[in-house]
Write a protein that binds this ligand. Structure first.
Ligand code: ATP
Ligand code: MG
Length: 212
């Protein structure tokens, strides 16, 4: 198992069945690599006593400059407006890292049908330097229009046969003789892998041409 390395901008996905270790990996190994950006977390089970329950309150805290803002909700009508606000807020002088846990509840195909801006956000996150971690028990339930923008994905233990099929298609030969339904808690395959210098240089990249 290689060392997990996360890009500070663009989409990173973490997929695995319940209890496979997604939230722990993200909290303990991935997010500590993100230094500087304002952190916006959407997580229906987040224990933070100061967590907000409405997008309006969470967005206000974000604009007031609170370094870490938590929205405890999985209601798409709260989660999606905050995703939009984080994307709009993110700029060179105020980079934002967004974490969406239990994301299949609000980033599924129906959400991208209803909230068309989600596709634009997914497509432009990297160029706008928005970092975005998407955690889900199901890979196939995350809207393909969002999932396919992932720069690197952590595949953890999976049980659903459609998820396993997708994982095999994506990971291919890297799985070797390993079977993803037997992974221990915390075990993952990152694909494609990211080198430390690639992750560091992500910040130094010149701003892309265009209107961002
Ligand atoms: N690398 C690890 N080694 C040992 N135990 C771990 C490891 N990672 C996570 N755990 C434990 O496994 C349990 C499940 O972990 P975690 O909550 O991160 O899973 P999850 O994939 O986010 O689950 P859910 O989809 O239900 O939110 C927790 O009790 C956690 O402490
Ligand atoms: Mg979790």
């Amino acid at each position: 198992m290689s060392k997990p390395i996360i890009f500070p901008t663009g989409i990173t996905c973490v997929f695995g069945s319940s209890g496979s270790g997604k939230s722990t990996l993200t909290r303990d190994k991935l997010l500590p690599q993100i230094n500087g950006p304002q952190m916006i977390v959407i997580d229906p089970t987040h224990p933070d006593p100061n967590a907000h329950t409405s997008a309006r309150d969470a967005a206000s805290a974000m604009y007031e400059g609170q370094r870490k803002v938590v929205l405890r909700s999985m209601d798409p009508e709260q989660a999606v407006p905050l995703i939009y606000a984080a994307w709009a807020r993110c700029c060179k002088d105020n980079p934002v890292y967004l974490v969406c846990d239990e994301a299949s509840e609000y980033l599924d195909h129906a959400a991208t049908q209803k909230y068309k801006s989600l596709q634009t956000i997914a497509q432009t996150a990297r160029h706008k330097r928005l970092g975005w971690a998407i955690l889900s028990q199901s890979a196939v339930n995350i809207a393909p229009k969002i999932r396919k923008q992932s720069r690197s994905t952590f595949w953890m233990r999976m049980q659903d046969h459609l998820d396993i099929k997708l994982a095999k298609e994506r990971i291919g030969h890297k799985l070797g003789a390993q079977s993803i339904d037997d992974f221990t808690t915390g075990q993952f395959i990152q694909h494609p892998t990211v080198t430390p210098s690639e992750a560091t240089n992500d910040w130094q990249r010149p701003a892309s041409a265009g209107s961002y």
